[in-house]
Design a protein around this ligand. Structure first.
Ligand SMILES: O=C(O)CCC(=O)C(=O)O
Ligand SMILES: [Fe+2]
Length: 361
């Protein structure tokens, strides 16, 4: 049910916060309250807004067909894309389309619940830190808020997920995680081979895929999409991110340290793969964790479902020694505790690529 309070641009920020954050209506509640203009605290500074002219027409991140696993050409495309773009899409990846559709339905189901149901999983109310319903990114640290609600689920075990994850989406989210396991391992196997890492079982496996988090992202219709963002500029702190987006579009990726951004067009049945900071660090900068952001939309709601494949919180991460086997290359990142790295990311608002400086030598 939509909230009854009337919100305008000039509604006191504290009233908006009360509704969106404290009562758990999220930006979805704002959107459904019938507002016709954006509350002030969502107005982003000019340089953070997404203008269509910045988006480079014509260019495109690679779309890689994974139907033939023995194809050396495919391996090359994957590694080249991870080095150049940090982003690519995969098709014929082996994850059944029904699994993807089911987790998308489940995402709509969860966000369709009454605010008080969703709010049981808020920071204040959730019985576990591993299950978190929230809005924006880190509202306490942000000068301008982001037009997004989310449910974030940190995977510990099937039993814990069964007991704690919301019934509206837990089976579908778990199934999506399980069914993407194989393609994740294969992608990492391919990426590791170019770094001279031939064996990823054991310690390397913990560093690469030691923990996982799945987010259900919900971007409601926005009254002034040009003034705000769905997600601000950031790179992910993961090893790899596997992202399922719907047919709406709005994800933009920075083109090779330029001021150009490129749209990631929705491709039915595909998964978007991107390199995260942890893999950039472990590959000593060879694979790029690239900035990306999401535009708000004035006509359609949008959902996306990323799986963040991460080291374990207690792991120390640094460039793999194999990367230096050929000689002549110096380490550009030092050893950092992964949980410290993640804490650093969440302490501040989205700020592009600055997080990785935390690990720079
Ligand atoms: O919604 C999207 O397309 C991307 C979301 C994203 O970048 C993130 O959750 O880290
Ligand atoms: Fe991201």
């Amino acid at each position: 049910m939509a909230p009854t309070i009337a919100i305008t641009t000039n509604t006191e920020p504290s009233k908006v916060t009360e509704l969106v954050l404290n009562k758990g209506f999220g930006v979805k509640g704002l959107s459904e309250s019938g507002i016709t203009c954006l509350p002030n605290q969502y107005i982003q500074p000019l340089e953070e807004r997404i203008t269509v002219s910045e988006a480079m027409p014509g260019g495109s991140i690679p779309i890689i067909d994974m139907s033939n696993w023995d194809d050396l050409k495919m391996e090359e495309l994957i590694c080249d894309a991870a080095e150049k773009w940090g982003f690519f899409q995969i098709v014929n990846h082996g994850v059944p389309i029904q699994v993807l559709e089911k987790v998308q339905e489940a995402t709509h189901r969860f966000f369709g619940l009454p605010a008080e149901e969703k709010n049981k999983y808020s920071k204040e109310n959730s019985v576990s830190n591993n299950v978190r319903y929230g809005t924006s990114f880190t509202p306490q640290a942000e000068n301008a808020l982001e037009w997004k609600d989310y449910l974030s689920l940190f995977y510990v075990s099937d039993d814990e997920a069964s007991a704690l994850w919301p019934a509206a989406c837990k089976d579908e989210a778990l199934e999506y995680m399980k069914k993407t396991e194989l393609v994740i391992k294969r992608l990492l196997g391919v990426l590791m081979r170019r770094l001279n890492v031939t064996e990823i079982a054991g310690e390397k496996e913990n560093l690469l895929i030691g923990s996982k988090r799945i987010n259900l992202n919900y971007y409601p219709i926005c009254p002034n999409p040009e003034l705000t963002v769905g997600v601000g500029r950031h790179s992910d702190v993961s090893t790899l991110t596997i992202l399922l987006q719907d047919e709406i579009g709005g994800l933009y990726v920075r083109v090779e340290e330029s001021d150009n951004w490129i749209h990631v067009p929705p491709v039915k049945g595909s998964l978007v793969i991107n390199v995260g900071d942890a893999l950039q660090i472990m590959s000593n900068g060879r694979y790029k964790s690239v900035e990306h952001r999401v535009a708000a939309n004035g006509k359609s709601e949008r959902i996306s479902v990323p799986i963040f494949v991460n080291p374990r919180p207690e792991d120390m991460i640094c460039p793999f020694p194999e990367v230096f086997a050929a000689g002549g290359e110096e380490a550009i990142y030092k050893k950092v505790l992964y949980s410290d790295y993640v804490k650093h990311f969440f302490r501040k608002a989205h700020d592009g690529k600055r997080t990785v400086d935390f690990a720079k030598i």
